[in-house]
Write a protein of this length. Structure first.
Length: 270
């Protein structure tokens, strides 16, 4: 009987010990399952606001920009492309009378050398601009360079043509004037008359243009007068209109203004 009681007590003790040993394993698993990793926090870069001052025709402007997006140097060069390079880039003599004609003929080599130098400087200026890295402005930079090259070629041909009109026959630009300048006097004077009549229609004093033509036609220098008009106002204007120029329009203004968070302007009355 005593042996039976001891056996029962021993079995109860072993059973309790086994249950106590299994408990930590369950608690440990619950702890692991409840420890979910924290999600990554998304960081937002706050604008770093700086000021870029620039002028337009009537206004002094203060533009606030995010220097995380553009540098001040990029804005300065984009401003040059947009505003400072908007006019004629090449400075060549304007031939309007016999004195101008004789000067450009006598100084042709010097005029061409100056044109080459001017072109080289303007080319480097455009190519070295560090505009903002936006497709629109990169395209404007490319087109501005192409416009410069076309203008240079046109100006070079025109300068040479005052001494040698046959150079105009080497391209297909404005063939009616090119042919007239390399034909008989009768054909050249006929085209000259058409040009003068066309010019008179767009002049506030049309009769003055016709009277001047008749006076020059009866001059001993009539051939040179015809060359001046046919090259400067005929071929020159026609060729100039065929240069692919950058559209400096409202869209370009808006694209420039869009580079800024805001713009404060002080403007004079027009």
């Amino acid at each position: 009987m005593r042996i039976a009681i001891i056996s029962i007590l021993l079995l109860s003790f072993l059973s309790c010990k086994k249950e106590n040993q299994s408990t930590p394993s369950i608690t440990s698993m619950d702890t692991i399952q409840g420890s979910a990793p924290k999600a990554d926090t998304v960081t937002t870069i706050q604008p770093k606001q700086e000021i870029f001052n620039f002028g337009t025709e009537l206004c002094d402007n203060k533009g606030y920009f995010d220097s995380n997006k553009y540098s001040k140097k990029e804005l300065e060069d984009t401003y040059k492309l947009w505003f400072e390079l908007s006019g004629s880039l090449l400075d060549t003599p304007f031939v309007n009378n016999l004195k101008d004609l004789h000067e450009i003929r006598n100084n042709k080599d010097q005029v061409l050398a100056k044109l080459d130098k001017d072109f080289g400087e303007k080319k480097a200026q455009i190519m070295n601009l560090k505009v903002v890295n936006i497709p629109y402005w990169k395209d404007i930079q490319k087109k501005s360079y192409e416009e410069l090259v076309q203008s240079y070629e046109m100006e070079k041909i025109q300068i040479i043509a005052y001494s040698d009109p046959s150079i105009l026959l080497k391209n297909n630009t404005c063939p009616n004037f090119s042919k007239a300048l390399n034909s008989t006097d009768e054909q050249m004077f006929s085209e000259w008359k058409k040009l003068r009549e066309s010019m008179s229609k767009n002049n506030s004093d049309p009769q003055r243009i016709i009277n001047q033509f008749n006076e020059q036609l009866n001059s001993a220098d009539k051939r040179d007068y015809a060359i001046i008009d046919l090259i400067t106002f005929g071929w020159g204007n026609c060729a100039n209109n065929k240069v692919h120029r950058v559209s400096r329009d409202e869209k370009m203004n808006n694209e420039f203004n869009a580079l800024f968070i805001k713009i404060d302007s002080e403007c004079d009355e027009p």
